[in-house]
Design a protein around this ligand. Sequence first.
Ligand SMILES: [Zn+2]
Length: 270
Amino acid sequence: MRVARTWCAAIALTVASSGLLSAQSAPAPTSTRKLLAIFAHPDDETMAGPLLARYARQPGVSVSLVIATNGENGMMPFSKIAAGAELAAVRIKEAACAAKALGTGAPILLGFPDGGFSQSRVLADVAARLEQTIKDIGPDAIVTWGPEGGYGHPDHRLISALVTQIAQTAAITSNVLYASLPKSGLRPELLASLKFPSPFRPTADEHLNVRIAYTADDAARARQALGCHASQFTPATMDQLTSLTQEINRNTAFLRTWNGGPARTDVFVK
Ligand SMILES: [Zn+2]
């Protein structure tokens, strides 16, 4: 499971570019627009790291990060940090470090049990808290996992389902985007070598209607953010993940809107 999360994180570092250019008007420069990323664990933001860095540096945009758990069960043998409160304390600091590197606001960690979403009572509490948090922030766009959970993780899948459930009630913005791994970036040999423990298939490129180019500097800040998660990755693994993400993605973030729609090159402009 840890391996899967590791690989997934790496994959997220880059997201391929191809230019789906559509007739889009330039975003209004005056009003502040809010981008909210919602994930399950500290380090999940790696999936959208370059994207978050790209918007965090854009004038007139604020980027927030909500993480449902403290990741207290993400114990990695190499780190020798016990699962539970000790690891949670470390990962809370790592999340803050990563957010700072990306340029987002301080992360909002909701503290729900890592791996505990399958309990109905917990799931109900997560749903209620997420809805209230989203309303409090009032985002113009939300980035989260798709139904495949980024790379299959059950917690990721449930966060995606909850955010989508809230969006489809029209209680919040309908502008919800799934950060996805493009099939074009995962050649069969590479996909087979990753050995995801949970069921996972990359998303066909034809469904990835939102493609956002980012710069080498955005990718570098995402790499810096990944470096914060020292309880989860060795330096060698971080380098491996960086190479992998560079292979899968080509300086473009691939996303898709939960409810379909035209091709876009911006999270805000429809
Ligand atoms: Zn995760």
